[in-house]
Design a protein around this ligand. Structure first.
Ligand SMILES: Cc1ncc(COP(=O)(O)O)c(C=O)c1O
Length: 484
């Protein structure tokens, strides 16, 4: 099997196709199973070294299908093993097998989500997902769309807010100099990017003061809005975060919503990270009041473990989103009047759009709400265990109270007289080079901290014990001046 035909003709006979797909399937199974045996999460290679040992050339003459398998092997060898229990760096990790299969089938049946005509069952599946997520949030009768991520969901929330305050803005554009949005000082940076894209600029995003746990203070929000009005500017959007990226803090959504609505301002909730708390009867209180918000974004590719990308934007008033995404009747080659009510492309800023619905739907059908709830509760228990290990460790200290599964800590060895930021950075560097664990290096105020996140089904109490042990050992080495 070494075909070198042009890519746009059928290159394999069915026997060859079966052997090829079988060989790929073997690799997938091997990759999944390897996560249960000892191994590294990353090779920790600097980019210059990886570039040197990798064959990246795009050939003039094709290499044939055998080479595809070799290329896959090389890729799998050097990729970060995000399905291993030691992978705890970003707000996602692990693999949901039903969703993985959904991803493969979506690609296999390659379509675009703009019209029912092209994506009939996929459209209905996406509608079912949006409807269920809206019910969970408390937006009965709301609509929404799957987006390219929480960043895009935050931008859609701000665009809806802009649409309400300047109803003709999709036609006329805006002079965004006087429109002002408000977020917690610990909000995700995507809000700044959205401010740029929608035309108000970073300087019109006001970062509202947080309390010591990293939650936005409603009273400070009220004062900032008053100040804005005194300056002759126009508040148009308040964004609550549930939960914040570094500390996992939940803003007091109900109180913030009350302030926003008393002032006639749109209230968007960035629940990209914490949205899944709503499945759990133990933890859903964290998002109390979300049902009164105007829009919400919620990433299924974070705590629900759906492969990236899978993210929902939900809005109470369907008409606002339809107006934000309106494009007149210019796309006559796609959109027809008789399918106006079913074509998902009327609620999206994208034209071509992947089917991200199938993978979430398959996973949800497999485990049900109860499965998601159990997963959230388990992650919270694991985070509690890690917090206890940190508190009990003589050289470690928690750097923030814990509301969600972000565990923020740092090394503070007794009698250490050096710079703690340098010590923590050096230990984290050694941890990364070892390839044994991946946790994030972040900052709280001026302090460099470790942020370990529980969002990966492979994590266990034992793997967390080994993490704390390894960080403690690396710290000893650095304190003793041992080279790596
Ligand atoms: C609180 C919060 N909002 C939004 C985002 C952006 O989400 P995405 O990466 O899906 O664009 C993140 C990403 O980590 C986040 O932590």
């Amino acid at each position: 099997m070494n075909t070198k035909n042009p890519p746009n003709v059928v290159v394999m006979r069915s026997m060859e196709l079966e052997a090829f797909i079988g060989a790929v399937a073997d690799r997938i199974v091997h990759y999944l199973e390897a996560a249960d045996s000892p191994g590294k999460v990353s090779e920790g290679l600097p980019h210059a070294s990886l570039a040197k040992i990798s064959d990246l050339k795009l050939p003039l003459e094709g290499n044939g299908s055998d080479a595809v398998l070799d290329d896959i092997d090389a890729y799998l060898l050097s990729c970060v093993k995000t399905n291993r229990p030691e992978f705890m760096n970003p707000l996602w990790g692990g693999i949901n097998t039903a969703a993985l299969v959904g991803e493969i089938i979506s690609t296999l049946t390659n379509t675009s989500m703009y019209t029912y005509e092209l994506a009939p069952l996929a459209t209905l599946i996406e509608q079912a997902i949006i409807q269920r997520m809206s019910e969970i949030v408390g937006f009965h009768g709301g609509v929404g769309t799957l987006t390219t991520g929480g960043s895009n969901g935050n931008m859609l929330g701000m665009l809806c807010a802009r649409q309400v305050i300047v109803p003709n803005s999709t036609q006329t554009g805006i002079d965004g100099r006087s429109l002002v949005a408000y977020v917690s000082s610990e909000a995700h940076y995507s809000v700044l990017m959205a401010a740029n894209v929608i035309g108000i600029g970073h300087q019109n995003v006001i970062k509202v003061a947080c309390d010591e746990d990293g939650c936005m203070q409603p009273e400070s929000l009220r004062e900032e809005i008053e100040r804005t009005r005194r300056e002759g500017r126009t508040p148009f959007c308040v964004i609550s975060t549930a939960a914040t990226t570094v500390r996992g803090a939940f803003d007091p959504i109900r109180e913030i919503g009350d302030v926003a609505h008393a002032e006639g301002i749109w209230h968007h909730v960035d629940a990209a990270w914490g949205g899944s708390s709503q499945f759990s009867s133990k933890h859903r209180e964290l998002m109390a009041g979300v049902e009164f918000a105007d829009s919400v974004c919620w990433d299924a590719h974070k705590m629900m473990g759906i492969p990236l990308i899978c993210s929902a934007f939900l809005v109470k008033d369907a008409e606002v989103l339809a107006r934000v995404c309106s494009h007149g009747n210019v796309a006559h080659y796609l959109f027809h009047e008789e399918s106006r009510n079913i074509d998902a492309g009327r609620y999206s800023l994208q034209c071509g759009r992947r089917n991200d619905a199938l993978k979430l739907w398959l996973a949800w059908r497999e485990c049900g709400d109860a499965g998601w709830a159990a997963q959230v509760d388990r992650y919270m228990d694991l985070a509690g265990h890690l917090e206890t290990l940190v508190i009990e460790h003589p050289d470690m200290e928690m750097m923030s109270s814990r509301m969600w599964t972000n565990v923020c800590f740092r090394l503070t060895p007794n009698n250490y007289s050096g710079d703690l930021n340098e010590l923590n950075s050096e230990v984290r560097k050694r941890l990364m080079s070892s390839g044994n664990y991946m946790v994030s290096r972040s900052n709280i105020g001026d302090d460099v901290i470790f942020r370990a996140v529980i969002a990966n089904p492979k994590i266990t109490n034992e793997s967390l014990g080994r993490l704390v042990e390894e960080i403690g050992q690396l710290c000893d080495d650095v304190v003793k001046g041992l080279p790596y």
